[in-house]
Each structure stands twice: as structure tokens, then as C-alpha cells.
Design a protein around this ligand. Structure first.
Ligand SMILES: Cc1cc2nc3c(=O)[nH]c(=O)nc-3n(C[C@H](O)[C@H](O)[C@H](O)COP(=O)(O)O)c2cc1C
Length: 219
């Protein structure tokens, strides 16, 4: 598959067959992903391949209430956890999530952490949520998923564990000064979605300024 097709057709996979994925394959995927860019080429990533069933269950228990809140807030018309106007909602209900309900049987669970000492947070202190630090870790995460796809695997990036970082840190022995960036779930897809729904370019790209004339590859 060529690069262009890969980046246009790698949809999230959340259900996996029982076929296992070897540690050697995971290591090879991470080796591919290690060629991702990062600020100053500081490569601030650390990865824990979480195999222990008890740790997995404990992590799922931490993620579940965050998922519940995410879904209920979405149903209430909010963009959950957004940094501008999110109003927390009570979420006392259990909302099923295939990743969490069957976390023991997911072939690969990766916790990805970022060394904050090796990340330039160019937009720190601007009085708003930072976004730039993520740019040194999420290209790596995405490359993990692309490298998995190139081997016939599928997966999804999630960030709900980050919200429970304080509780997850001792479970995973997260080093001091590191942030939990993502939890990646990977395996052989039951189905690999390839027809992805995305907004047309003209809705988000414009000329000269962000309110300039729409940039449209059809025009
Ligand atoms: C930063 C980030 C966080 C995400 N968090 C979650 C998550 O917590 N749970 C989940 O099921 N999917 C999560 N996803 C996957 C998105 O839902 C998915 O990429 C998006 O809906 C597009 O769907 P598609 O991949 O099927 O086209 C996340 C993706 C990103 C990039």
C-alpha cells in the first residue's frame, strides 16, 4: 500500500480477533515508529507493553469513569474535556466500551509516556491549554498505528488514561517528570475501516488568513 493510500484509509479498530501478536512484532512496530519526528529530535517517548492481566484490569477501571463522562457529556451536546468551556457532568452509569470491557483479551496494550524534560512546550504560559508539547509525542503514536497497519494489524489511539494519570502512574511506575500521552490498543482487526468520514478541505483551509478564501483542491 502506498503512503498516500495509507494515510487516507487507516481508520480506528476497536475489535480484534483472538490471534496473538508477538513481542517481536510489537518491537518491530516500535522500531518503525521511532523514526517519527520530535522537537530537536529528542525522542521523548517511553512505551510500556502492558501484558499483565491485573494491571490491564486496573487501568480499565481507571478509564471507565472517564469514558462514561465522555459519552454523557457528548450526549449533552458538549465537547468533553475541551479546554475552553467544558462543564463537568456526573456520570454514575457504566457505558459499555469494547476496549475496556474485554481489555484482557486485546492482543496489544501500549502505554505511551512522554518525558516532559525533553519537550519544548513553546506555548506554555500563554494563559490557555498547551498544544505544542503533544507535537513531540503524537506523531510517534500515529506512526505506531501506521506501522501496525503495514503489518495487517489495526488499532486505536486513546487518551482517557491521561485524565487518570495520578492513579495510573504508580501502577505503571511512570517515571518522574513523564506524562501519560496515550494508550494504544492493537491487534488483528475484525474489520479494518477504510472509508473514513472527514470534513472537506475547504471547511478548514483558507488563503493567507484563517478567514481568507477557502482553499479547495477541486477549485
Ligand atoms: C488524541 C486522540 C484521542 C482519542 N481517544 C479515543 C478514546 O479515548 N477512545 C476511542 O475509542 N477512540 C479514541 N480516539 C480515536 C478517534 O475516535 C478516531 O480517530 C476518530 O473518531 C476518527 O475515526 P476513524 O478513525 O474511525 O475515522 C482518539 C483519537 C485521537 C487522535
Amino acid at each position: 500500500m502506498d503512503l498516500r493510500e495509507s494515510i487516507r484509509t487507516t481508520g480506528s479498530v476497536r475489535e480484534f480477533t483472538g490471534e496473538p501478536v508477538s513481542d517481536a512484532t510489537v518491537a518491530a512496530i516500535l522500531d518503525d515508529a521511532s523514526y517519527a519526528p520530535s522537537g530537536g529530535n529528542r525522542q521523548p517517548w517511553r512505551v510500556a507493553l502492558v501484558k499483565d492481566a491485573e494491571i490491564r484490569r486496573d487501568l480499565a477501571m481507571l478509564m471507565q469513569p472517564i469514558w462514561d463522562e465522555y459519552v454523557l457529556a457528548t450526549r449533552a451536546g458538549q465537547v468533553p474535556f475541551n479546554a475552553i468551556d467544558y462543564r463537568p457532568v456526573d456520570a454514575p452509569v457504566h457505558i459499555p466500551n469494547p476496549l475496556l470491557d474485554r481489555i484482557e483479551s486485546i492482543p496489544v496494550v501500549l502505554a505511551v509516556a512522554a518525558d516532559l524534560r525533553r519537550i519544548v512546550a513553546a506555548d506554555l504560559g500563554l494563559g490557555r491549554a498547551t498544544v505544542v508539547p503533544g507535537a513531540s509525542i503524537y506523531p510517534f503514536c500515529w506512526s505506531v498505528l501506521l506501522a501496525a497497519r503495514s503489518r495487517g494489524l489495526g488499532g486505536v489511539m486513546t487518551t482517557f488514561l491521561s485524565r487518570a494519570e495520578a492513579d495510573a502512574a504508580p501502577m505503571l511506575h511512570l517515571p518522574d517528570g513523564y506524562a501519560l500521552a496515550a494508550t494504544l490498543f492493537i491487534g488483528h482487526p475484525v474489520h479494518q475501516p477504510t472509508r473514513l468520514r472527514r470534513n472537506p478541505t475547504a471547511t478548514f483551509a483558507s488563503l493567507d488568513r484563517f478567514d481568507g478564501p477557502a482553499l479547495d483542491h477541486h477549485g
